[in-house]
Design a protein around this ligand. Structure first.
Ligand code: MLC
Ligand code: AMP
Length: 493
């Protein structure tokens, strides 16, 4: 059964069933059945074919959450296209890199975002596509695909400062979502409130695919907004909710009575993409009466490990490997370590991507004997529960978005008078971590000028919370910066 056959259980099998609701920019509410989604995506697929796209062609999208992303996704599944989702917070430097690397035929974008795309990009306006597609026939045309057919190239932060595209196949997405639909007992009666962005795998591979395969109902919002969240929960009464820890920090501010009402309907709240503090796990349980299920995934592997649906959801741990995922914890030499000993998590399974796009060197470095080296450090308890303990690299995760310090350091080093730069993550009660920059400079630092320079090039979540001038960066005898020896960050009073 292909990925499309799984979607067809609902697109065709439950065509008249309400599938989706979302708000339109004019304030009206759009409600669609699975049959409507089938017809919309067939029309779009025909239009994309008429524009010359076929199996294996790459098409970018630079869009906030909206129904057209779903149309595009379904059309790509039907035509064998390879979509390149792009984070809408990315700016010049990130966009130039992704577009040069993936070289998509075009990028589908909206009027407000398209202006951010580098000059020379072939941009297809999402509203124009939508209007043009309406005159296409609604009957389906399908290019057969199998588990090995690529469906997306998704960019993830690279240790070299430039991100790499993970090539994810129909089979990767199918196995991941099947395990979750069964493992989390998602049924057509569920109601899923979708707030995570569809340009990253948490919202896409878990959220969107669980919805399409289970046939539950989804309310899609453009993005999570703290001020509106309680109202969405109260009005929609979701049974399913997936978030990152920052979202759960925000939800912990909801008045207790409201939270208890929301929690009474909520069957499953899932957190992932960054560590969930045990204290927040506890606070959410007390407020909402719902025990968060924490899970661990990556762009390259989709979801790997999760706390059980039935059974103990142990705070501070990411739980147990999914049924199709092999997990080894290895020492530096690549030998498995005994339980209770820290090591690097290696994973294997049909969820692991096909490799990095046009990066045989990076692919060779990340795979060993059929295992994917995650770069995450962790330890397994004798009963199998895995606790993540950090990363081999100095990756920073802020609000569930990844930041490689090197990327910020490179831009800082391009600024006048900056001779050396080291960016580190510091703890933040809301975002988990935020970056701070330590700089060796010939003159006093002009924070505003530095921020302005960074802002034009990088996503806003990468902007340092502060700049600290130091005389020199601490280095080893071989010249490697020892970030742990930098002076502690003291927030301005
Ligand atoms: C945040 N912003 C967004 C946005 N999220 N803009 C557009 N779309 C989004 N989804 C912008 C805001 O406009 C603002 O910009 C800034 O970010 C901070 O916003 P905020 O309102 O203060 O947000 P906050 O309450 O702090 O919440 C932020 C957040 C966001 C939690 C909503 O960080 C988020 O959506 N995180 C999810 C990341 C995610 O999906 N990760 C999964 C990766 S996959 P400005 O310019 O005003 O600063 C993965 C693998 C796996 O990791 O499986 O786990
Ligand atoms: P990304 O590259 O955006 O896919 O991010 C993947 C990374 O997020 C993983 O390699 C982990 O470091 C981190 N991550 C995901 N889930 C968790 C979690 N539950 N706890 C801690 N870190 C996590």
């Amino acid at each position: 059964m292909s990925l499309l056959s799984l979607f067809d259980l609902n697109l065709i099998g439950r065509a008249t069933r309400p599938a989706l609701e979302c708000d339109l920019p004019d304030g009206s509410r759009l409600e669609l059945s699975f049959g409507d989604l089938e017809a919309r995506s067939n029309r779009l697929a025909r239009l994309l074919r008429a524009r010359g796209l076929g199996r294996g062609d790459r098409l970018g999208f630079f869009l906030a959450n909206r129904v057209e992303v779903i149309d595009l996704w379904l059309a790509a599944v039907k035509l064998g296209l390879v979509l390149v989702p792009i984070n809408v917070l990315y700016r010049e430097r990130e966009l130039k890199h992704i577009l040069a690397d993936a070289a998509p035929v075009a990028v589908v974008s909206s009027r407000d975002l398209a202006t951010l795309l580098p000059g020379g990009t072939a941009i297809w306006d999402v509203d124009e596509l939508d209007t043009e597609a309406r005159s296409q026939p609604a009957a389906r045309e399908v290019v057969p695909c199998d588990a090995t057919t690529p469906l997306a190239i998704i960019y993830t932060s690279g240790t070299t400062g430039a991100s790499k595209g993970a090539v994810l196949t129909h089979g990767n997405f199918a196995t991941n979502a099947l395990a979750l639909v069964v493992g989390w007992q998602i049924t057509p009666d569920d109601r899923y409130l979708a707030v995570l962005p569809l340009f990253h795998v948490h919202g896409l591979a878990n959220g969107l695919h669980c919805w399409l395969i289970s046939g539950c109902h989804m309310r899609l919002v453009e993005r999570f907004e703290q001020a509106k969240a309680a109202g969405w929960f109260e009005a929609y009464q979701p049974t399913l909710f997936f978030g990152v820890p920052t979202i759960f920090v925000r939800l912990a501010d909801v008045p207790a009575e409201t939270a208890a009402r929301i929690g009474g309907r909520l069957r499953l709240a899932v957190s992932g993409s960054a560590p969930l503090p045990a204290e927040l796990h506890d606070r959410f349980r007390r407020l909402y009466g719902s025990v968060i299920l924490e899970r661990y995934g990556m762009t390259e592997t989709l979801m790997n490990v999760g706390n059980p649906y039935a059974g103990e959801r142990r705070p501070g741990t990411v739980g147990l490997p999914l049924p199709h995922v092999g997990v080894r914890i290895c020492d530096e030499a690549g030998s498995p370590v005994p339980d209770g000993t820290s090591g690097e998590l290696w994973v294997q399974g049909p969820n692991v991507c096909a490799g990095y796009w046009r990066r045989p060197d990076a692919t060779a470095a990340a795979w060993r004997d059929g295992w994917f080296r995650t770069g995450d450090l962790g330890v397994r308890a004798p009963d199998g529960y895995i606790t993540l303990q950090g990363r081999r690299s100095d990756l920073i995760i802020s609000g569930g978005f990844n930041i490689y310090p090197r990327e910020i350091e490179e831009v800082l080093l391009e600024q006048p008078d900056i001779r050396e730069a080291a960016v580190v993550g510091i703890r933040d009660p809301v975002r988990g971590e935020v970056p701070v920059a330590y700089l060796v400079s010939d003159r006093a630092l002009d924070s505003d000028a530095l921020l302005a320079a960074l802002k034009s090039q990088l996503a806003s979540f990468k902007l340092p919370r502060g700049f600290v001038r130091v005389d020199a960066l601490p280095r080893t005898a071989l010249g490697k910066v020892q970030k742990h020896l930098l002076p502690p960050w003291l927030a301005p009073a």
